[in-house]
Design a protein around this ligand. Structure first.
Ligand SMILES: [Zn+2]
Length: 111
């Protein structure tokens, strides 16, 4: 068996107004790229605001969210969880503009 072992980590990433993204990637940088894609925001705009909530070892074909076994190992989540997350992100995106403006104002006042 040809062993092309790539370490796969599940990243739980958060950014203001974007919610939680769960992505599988070998390192932080690739994880942030995938998260930005999921959120539908430009990576360069969001990367400085991304926080790592936690990481977990990604086992092949095991969903990190529900623990269910699925048939697509390139993603951290099974299809059911991915679809649920996508709906969450869409709802977050609708509110994101107003949220970011509020956050900006609040942070500005503190300083
Ligand atoms: Zn799942």
């Amino acid at each position: 068996m040809a062993a092309t072992k790539e370490k796969r980590i599940a990243w739980f990433l958060r950014a203001p107004g974007c919610g939680l993204a769960v992505v599988a990637a070998p390192n932080y940088e690739q994880a942030t790229v995938k998260a930005a894609e999921l959120w539908g925001v430009p990576w360069g705009k969001i990367v400085s605001q991304i926080e790592v909530e936690r990481t977990a070892e990604q086992k092949p074909n095991v969903c990190v969210e529900c623990g269910g076994v699925y048939n697509y190992s390139r993603d951290a989540l099974c299809e059911r969880c991915r679809n649920r997350k996508r709906r969450e992100h869409e709802e977050m995106r609708k509110a994101a503009g107003a949220y970011r403006r509020r956050e900006f104002y609040r942070k500005g006042k503190k300083q």
